[in-house]
Design a protein around this ligand. Structure first.
Ligand SMILES: [Zn+2]
Length: 340
C-alpha cells in the first residue's frame, strides 16, 4: 500500500509498505480517505529536537476513512461506514480516560503522525475505542476536519472558555483552519465575533462566514480596535493561537473576569506578562491541547447540522509537503486536506 513517510527533517518520501494484518480482537481496519493538515504536522516536518520518535515515521495526525473490516468483539461499526480516528493512543484505563477526558490521559502512548506512525497510508488498524462513526450527512472530506480542528475548537470554546450565547469573542487569525471553525461555532450560538486577518481579501471572506467585525492586524493595532468596538469594555473571551506576537494585546482586549483560551503559539513560545493585571482584572487563562472523543462527536453533529468546515484546498498524497508550505505561508483560508 502507498504511504508517506518522514525520513528526516523536511525529507518526506512516498513509499510502498505492507498492508496491516486483518484486524485483531477489538480492532478496526480503516481505509484512509482524507487527512487534515495542522501546525503539528509543520512541527513534525521541520523536526523538533525534543520530540521522542523513531524515523521513518508515517505522517498525518488527523484523518477520516471508511471501515474496511472489523475484528472480533467490535460492535456498532460495519464495513463501508465513514469514520474518523482519535489520533492519540490513550490508555483507555486511567482516571482521565475513564472520565472521558481523553486528552489528559496519564499514560498516553503518543500522538499519531508525530510520535507514532500516523494516517498517511492507505490502511490502518485502530482500537475500536478510538474510532468514531461519521453521520451520513457529513462528507468524508469534511469529517477529516473533526478530530483535531473542529474537536479542538469545540473543546476550547465550550469546555474550557465556556462561551455563552450573547457574549463577545475575539478570534485571532480568522482565516486559519481553527479560526474559521471558531467564527462559525461562536456565531452559531449567537455571539458577537471580532476577528483578525492579515489582508483585505480574507477580511471579506471572514465577514461572509459571519464575523461582525474584522481587523486587519497588519494595518491596525487589534487591541485598540477591540477596545473601540467594545466601547472600552473588552471582550468576554479571546481565542488565542498566535502566541508571542499577540499575547499581551490579547490580555488587553479582555474585560474584567474575561477568559483567554489558547492552543498554539505559531509566532513564538515565550511572552512576559503583567501579573498585577492578571489578578486585578481576574483573568482566567486556559491552555488547551487536543480534545476528548466526545468533542469529536459534538463536532461531527455540528457538521451534520450544516456547520461545515471551510476547506481551503485539497492536495493528493504525494503533494503533502506542498500543502504544508501553503499552511506555513499564511495564505490559507480554512483547512488544507490531503486525499488518498
Ligand atoms: Zn489514559
Amino acid at each position: 500500500m502507498r504511504a508517506l513517510q518522514l525520513f528526516g527533517d523536511r525529507d518526506l518520501r512516498l513509499v510502498a509498505l505492507d498492508p496491516p494484518p486483518p484486524p485483531g480482537p477489538g480492532e478496526v481496519q480503516i481505509r484512509v480517505r482524507a487527512v487534515g493538515l495542522n501546525h503539528i504536522d509543520v512541527w513534525g516536518f521541520r523536526g523538533m529536537a525534543f520530540a521522542k520518535r523513531k524515523l521513518p515515521l508515517v505522517v498525518g495526525a488527523e484523518a477520516s476513512g471508511e471501515v474496511a473490516a472489523t475484528g472480533d468483539g467490535v460492535a456498532g461499526l460495519r464495513p463501508g461506514q465513514k469514520v474518523v480516528m482519535y489520533g492519540a493512543l490513550t490508555c483507555g484505563t486511567c482516571r482521565a480516560c475513564r472520565e472521558g477526558r481523553d486528552n489528559l490521559c496519564e499514560d498516553v502512548g503518543g500522538i499519531m503522525g508525530f510520535h507514532l506512525d500516523g494516517f498517511c497510508r492507505e490502511r490502518v488498524n485502530m482500537p475500536a475505542r478510538l474510532v468514531v462513526p461519521v453521520p451520513d450527512a457529513v462528507s468524508v472530506e469534511d469529517a477529516a476536519c473533526a478530530p483535531i480542528a473542529f474537536g479542538t475548537v469545540q473543546h476550547m470554546l465550550f469546555d474550557n472558555a465556556r462561551l455563552e450565547p450573547g457574549e463577545t469573542i475575539l478570534v485571532h487569525a480568522g482565516g486559519s483552519g481553527i479560526g474559521t471553525a471558531a467564527i462559525k461555532m461562536a456565531k452559531a450560538i449567537g455571539c458577537t465575533v471580532i476577528t483578525t486577518v492579515g489582508d483585505d481579501a480574507k477580511a471579506d471572506k471572514a465577514r461572509a462566514l459571519g464575523a461582525d467585525h474584522v481587523v486587519n492586524y497588519r494595518t491596525e493595532r487589534f487591541e485598540g480596535e477591540v477596545r473601540r468596538l467594545t466601547r472600552r469594555k473588552g471582550v468576554d473571551v479571546v481565542f488565542e493561537h498566535v502566541g508571542a506576537e499577540t499575547w499581551n494585546g490579547s490580555l488587553l482586549c479582555l474585560k474584567r473576569g474575561g477568559r483567554l483560551v489558547t492552543c498554539g503559539s505559531t509566532s513564538g513560545v515565550s511572552a512576559s506578562m503583567n501579573l498585577m493585571q492578571l489578578f486585578q482584572q481576574q483573568y482566567r487563562i486556559f491552555g488547551s491541547f487536543g480534545c476528548s472523543i466526545r468533542n469529536i462527536r459534538e463536532a461531527l453533529d455540528k457538521m451534520a447540522g450544516g456547520l461545515t468546515p471551510v476547506v481551503d484546498s485539497l492536495f493528493p498524497l504525494e503533494e503533502f509537503a506542498r500543502g504544508l508550505e501553503r499552511l506555513e505561508s499564511r495564505r490559507v483560508f480554512g483547512k488544507i486536506l490531503v486525499t488518498l
